[in-house]
Design a protein around this ligand. Structure first.
Ligand SMILES: Cc1cc2nc3c(=O)[nH]c(=O)nc-3n(C[C@H](O)[C@H](O)[C@H](O)COP(=O)(O)OP(=O)(O)OC[C@H]3O[C@@H](n4cnc5c(N)ncnc54)[C@H](O)[C@@H]3O)c2cc1C
Length: 278
């Protein structure tokens, strides 16, 4: 398949990117191109103008923030997250999850900003952003704003980003001290999108749980978190099964996904609890 004709501009500053987006209705940012190019070739996306942000050096890199968290530039590639010592040390579950994101060739190009903006409900990074209370940093002609990840994802492939805004970074607050973690994903083949996945943290505060592939957005499972209380994994899994609203597709029925969400939730919580003495 070949895409429809489009214009292309490569920019080197965020301001130029914003100007270019504002200059043309339906212009689209291209980062790693790993989701956008297939959609373009299948004619699921049609844009008159691509704004290539790969020349914006300010969007690269992982830096420490003053509160002990990390700021991850939007153009940081999946592979850079996977091998970053800072990520491994501070967010071991993010390090673990990156191995499940697509295949190495795709991880070499795909970016955190692209994954977050693409907002696939079965993707790992949006679900982890929701679990880790990440802030999405966006800039547009009206300036910069920070959007909590739980408010960012609105529907499949739909976010609260305006058409003339770009994601510039994802900020992660530090993990609560002494948290255990668990990450469980079921996919048909390694590297495929998850059928369902669950990520969990357990600590003094109880549990944090997020699920992907079982709802129309990545879901922070507040009911399951409440049901977990001070360690009831069965109650949490049952609550999660009522909380998710999966769809049928060729990879699995809604009932199957709901069942899987419960099974993976229990496993993720058990793993998280084994890393933390309640
Ligand atoms: C075979 C295959 C398997 C895959 N498997 C997985 C998987 O298991 N898990 C997973 O999570 N992903 C998977 N992916 C998707 C991959 O991770 C993509 O790289 C990612 O979803 C999009 O990142 P990108 O940088 O390539 O974005 P692009 O494809 O360049 O863009 C995606 C969308 O985000 C917008 N965008 C990009 N950057 C920005 C920005 N900074 N600000 C505003 N908008 C922006 C674009 O306009 C576009 O709408 C897979 C892809 C393929 C081809």
């Amino acid at each position: 398949m070949k895409p429809a004709l489009f214009d292309y501009i490569r920019v080197t500053t965020v301001d130029d990117a914003i100007r270019a987006l504002g200059s043309c209705n339906d212009a689209k940012v291209i980062a790693g191109g790993q989701s956008l190019v297939p959609m373009l070739n299948f004619r699921m996306v049609d844009t008159p103008l691509f704004v290539d942000i790969n020349g914006i050096d300010d969007l690269r890199g992982i830096t420490e923030t003053s509160n002990g968290g990390l700021r991850i530039g939007a153009l940081t590639r999946h592979f850079e997250l996977e091998v970053s010592p800072l990520i491994q040390e501070r967010y071991p579950l993010l390090h673990e999850a990156m191995k499940y994101v697509a295949h190495l060739a795709i991880r070499n190009r795909g970016t955190i900003g692209g994954s977050i903006s693409h907002a696939d409900p079965a993707a790992e990074l949006p679900a982890l952003a929701v679990l880790l209370d990440a802030m999405i940093v966006a800039r547009g002609p009206r300036g910069e704003r920070q959007i909590a990840a739980v408010d960012f994802f609105e529907a499949p492939l739909t976010t609260s980003l305006e058409a003339d805004e770009i994601v510039t970074a994802v900020e992660l607050p530090p993990l609560p001290e002494n948290s255990g973690w668990g990450f469980e994903e079921f996919a048909q083949r390694h590297g495929d999108f998850a059928v369902v996945g669950v990520a969990a943290l357990v600590g003094k505060y109880g549990a944090r749980i997020s699920v992907f592939g079982a709802h129309n957005t990545p879901l922070r499972a507040r009911e399951a978190e409440k049901a977990f209380g001070s360690g009831d994994t069965n109650a949490a899994a049952e609550a999660l099964q009522s909380e998710v609203d999966p769809s049928d597709d060729l990879h699995g029925s809604a009932d199957y996904r709901r069942h899987l969400a419960g099974v993976l939730c229990k496993r993720a919580l058990n793993n998280a609890m084994s890393g933390y003495a309640l």
